[in-house]
Design a protein around this ligand. Sequence first.
Ligand code: SAM
Ligand code: DTB
Ligand code: SF4
Length: 325
Amino acid sequence: MDHAAAVEFPSPADPRTRALRKEALALLDLPFNDLLFRAQTIHRENFDPNKVQRSTLLSIKTGGCSEDCGYCPQSARHPAGVENEPMLAVDTVVEAAKAAKANGASRFCMGAAWRGPKARDLEPVLDMVREVKKLGLETCCTLGMLKDGQAEQLRDAGLDYYNHNLDTAPEFYGEIITTREYRDRLDTLERVRGAGIHVCSGGIVGMGESRAERAGLLAQLAGLDPQPESVPINQLVQVEGTPLAGTDAFPWTEFVRTIAVARILLPKSFVRLSAGRTQMHEAVQALCFLAGANSIFYGEKLLTTGNPEVARDDALFAALGISPA
Ligand code: SAM
Ligand code: DTB
Ligand code: SF4
């Protein structure tokens, strides 16, 4: 890959990224009602405001990860009580995908606790992708950094989306992860895009970053050209034993603001209200939908932590008059 060309954009120093960052911060600073009105207006210009897409997650390889991401219970370096488990069998994954489809999910996302897949790791994942695709579900994987050729292998197996988050602003990144660089993340996104796979990339808020740093994350995401089709906004799930456990509670207003600015700066992307819903009042989730979130993770579990019960989400959708996208 042409590394020099990749660094050009969206580098934090790039004038367009800097302008986007200024714009993102000005939006985050707006009075709450003005911000929500703008976000909902843009949402309506681009999407049906009463439709929300649902993806179900499955951890196909849990724990024992070599990386040191400060938020993550799956890092082997953090005593968070998550055991290193072998990869799931293809049949087990297919059964979980069938159940997700029966519940109404349209996409099935397979996650692995890897820095990136080794060649021998990828083979069974390709089988999983082929089998899940055959069920008529959209397929998504999140396996860490990809090497040359791996994105093409995944595409050929039928992968529709690859999730790889920028996680936070470039200047805050080093506080959270030391075993990888921001540049590595952008390189993987370029490989995914280059293979013609839809890009799913977002971040985590509530890790102790400043509002300006949240603007920095949103600017980096909005500066990707083309913009990601899917943008998960996660609120940190604080897991005992991880370095970020004990971080100050994150104000719900700030979470809704982040969703709203993502909607405004990435008008055609699906913005996913992602991790953190178990800790979030349903009224706040409703405000996230008003702010332009139009996707959720659906099913009782994220990767290792909890997510609202399906019946509860169904009831929330019914109460809000929301139907599946
Ligand atoms: N190992 C691969 C990687 O890091 O790219 C894929 C799986 S990793 C668990 C996927 C994403 O989950 C991370 O990039 C992060 O954004 C999110 N995540 C992990 N732990 C989280 C937590 N405690 N709270 C919120 N999001 C989290
Ligand atoms: C994303 O942005 N959030 C999901 C998915 N992509 C892979 C993961 C959230 C993980 C939350 C912590 C856990 O369950 O281990
Ligand atoms: Fe490993 Fe991914 Fe967790 Fe980082 S986020 S520790 S790479 S599983």
